[in-house]
Design a protein around this ligand. Structure first.
Ligand code: AMP
Length: 308
């Protein structure tokens, strides 16, 4: 098993969907990534920052899943990162209502010593300078660096973002963001342009329409499982990334062929995330449920055809 370092926000979220509304609940990119990766029993650590207002029980939730949280700094006199979003009726698009960086604004990440030789680094969504700071602390070149980001950072820190994109092997990004980053409508052309920016592998997430994995001239497509209940898509992208990274860490195989399976695991885990508000579904998810859904997934995508 490969060691995994995860950086990203650990946050409070307030969410509104057509099905309801929450007050401040547990959220954050690293939280969702950690919960998803924990399904693979990997040796993982989260690097992040929270304020004195952050409940210890939320950190315990990650530690109880064997995620090392010694790299989560607690700034006693500070406030935790806060994000609020409202989903449109189609649940595929949303408006960000509030992004309060709070303690994230001055955050200098420190990777725990035990994880500075990790083979896999998952740079989850937060300031690209923090992502870069984590990469610079790695004492051995990782086998694979994966980056996830969001339009917010394209809007306010594009140069820093491009500098870190140059250094990663895989980028996971949603379709709208891929278009914004490249100025291209076609996702095939956008993926090619992103390859040219650095990453050898480009994963474009398309919400309820699945995900595409690009590598050179190869493309692999995984649909999203059609679900009866979609309650709250928040964190689905991070959960996908956590499943992808967790599976690769567990299998220690970073080939394109194995990444196809990682995309399937990522999509499967994301399909659970959206069934309840926030992290609720991921907190109690058993591997047995994941396994059953993988079987459904297989049936959904398998077909025999005679080629004339
Ligand atoms: P996703 O739905 O996968 O895009 O991720 C939503 C999660 O990302 C929420 O839990 C937020 O706390 C977190 N988030 C929202 N905006 C940002 C941002 N600008 N940087 C880092 N994390 C963010």
């Amino acid at each position: 098993m490969s060691k995994l370092v995860i950086v990203g926000t650990v946050a409070f979220d307030a969410i509104e969907t057509p099905f309801g509304k929450t007050d401040k609940i547990l959220g954050g990119a690293a939280t969702f990534i950690g919960l998803a990766a924990s399904q693979f029993n990997v040796d993982a650590a989260v690097v992040s920052v929270v304020g004195g207002d952050f409940p210890q029980e939320y950190l315990d939730l990650l530690s109880n899943k064997n995620i090392d949280v010694s790299g989560v700094e607690i700034v006693k006199e500070g406030k935790t990162f806060f994000w609020s979003g409202k989903y449109h009726n189609d649940m595929n698009t949303r408006d960000t209502l509030v992004t309060e960086l709070n303690v994230l604004a001055d955050f200098k990440p420190v990777v725990p010593q035990d994880y500075r030789h990790s083979e896999i680094v998952m740079l989850g969504n937060l300031h690209p300078l923090v992502q870069m700071g984590v990469l610079e602390q790695m004492e051995k070149k990782p086998k694979l660096v994966i980056l996830d980001t969001m339009n917010f950072w394209m809007n306010c820190a594009l140069e820093d973002l491009l500098a870190v994109i140059k250094k990663v092997d895989v980028i996971t990004i949603n379709d709208e963001e891929a278009r914004q980053l490249t100025g291209e409508y076609s996702l095939v052309v956008a993926a090619r342009k992103i390859h040219e920016m650095g990453p050898k592998y480009v994963v474009i997430k398309k919400g309820e329409h699945g995900a595409l994995l690009f590598h050179d001239d190869n493309v692999f497509y995984a649909p999203a499982l059609p679900l009866e209940e979609v309650f709250d898509p928040t964190g689905a992208g991070d959960t996908f990334a956590g499943g992808f990274a967790g599976y690769l860490s567990k299998t220690e195989d970073v080939s394109f062929e194995n990444m196809k399976s990682a995309v399937i695991y990522g999509s499967t885990l994301a399909s659970f995330c959206v069934e309840k508000f926030g992290t609720e579904r991921m907190e109690n998810l058993s591997y047995k449920e994941v396994h059953q859904r993988l079987q459904q997934f297989k049936q959904l995508t398998q077909f025999e055809i005679e080629l004339a």
